[in-house]
Design a protein around this ligand. Structure first.
Ligand code: MG
Length: 189
């Protein structure tokens, strides 16, 4: 049955954050698990990386409208595929996670570049080497009745973007130390 028009379309950043957190948890993904990938990725380059900064970065990213749309759509596509709700060839292609199907990666690339092109390199690393929660999602997705085709990429992309934000924040701090200028909130990353 078709949905009635006129439903709520716009959500505040706080609402989008809560809705994203909720749907990710429903799909077995916590903010801490995403932040852990960013921490592992970024702590290779700097001793100043803290888990708090990684969690803050993931939380901030989860409150952005573009990311909200990506996360909500990705989780729903996987759920619908699990329930066999798509018609035609795309049902099996998504459900079986066909290797040559790349729309999940396209969505991931889009989100991972939020804080700079380097995010897409970070995403490539996570996609190929499957760190932490991304590996767990990937493995679980092979089981009967579970589809993580879009979820593993969106989660990897958020981790990659958070990783990039961490690098941006740390570099900004170094630049501020050098300039001696107090940080302006308008330029907060
Ligand atoms: Mg995938």
């Amino acid at each position: 049955m078709a949905e009635k028009k006129g439903k709520k379309l716009l959500y505040t950043r706080a609402e989008m954050f809560e809705l994203n957190k909720k749907i990710l948890l429903k799909r077995g993904v916590s903010i801490e698990a995403i932040a852990e990938i960013s921490y592992k990725q970024q702590s290779k380059y700097s001793d100043d990386v803290s888990r708090e900064l990684c969690i803050e970065s993931v939380e901030k990213i989860l409150s952005l409208r573009d990311v909200f749309h990506h996360v909500q759509l990705a989780c729903e596509i996987d759920r619908l595929a699990e329930e066999g709700k798509f018609e035609g060839p795309i049902q099996a292609i998504i459900y079986e996670d066909l290797g040559l199907f790349g729309i999940d990666e396209t969505m991931g690339l889009d989100v991972s570049g939020l804080y700079g092109t380097i995010g897409q390199t970070n995403f490539g690393d996570i996609d190929v080497n499957k760190h932490g929660i991304v590996k767990r999602l990937n493995d679980a997705g092979k089981e009967e009745g579970i589809c993580h085709t879009f979820l593993d990429d969106i989660v990897g992309a958020i981790a990659a973007a958070a990783s990039t934000r961490v690098a941006q924040v740390l570099n900004e701090e170094i630049a501020h130390e050098d300039s001696g200028v107090k940080r302006f909130s308008i330029f907060d990353i």
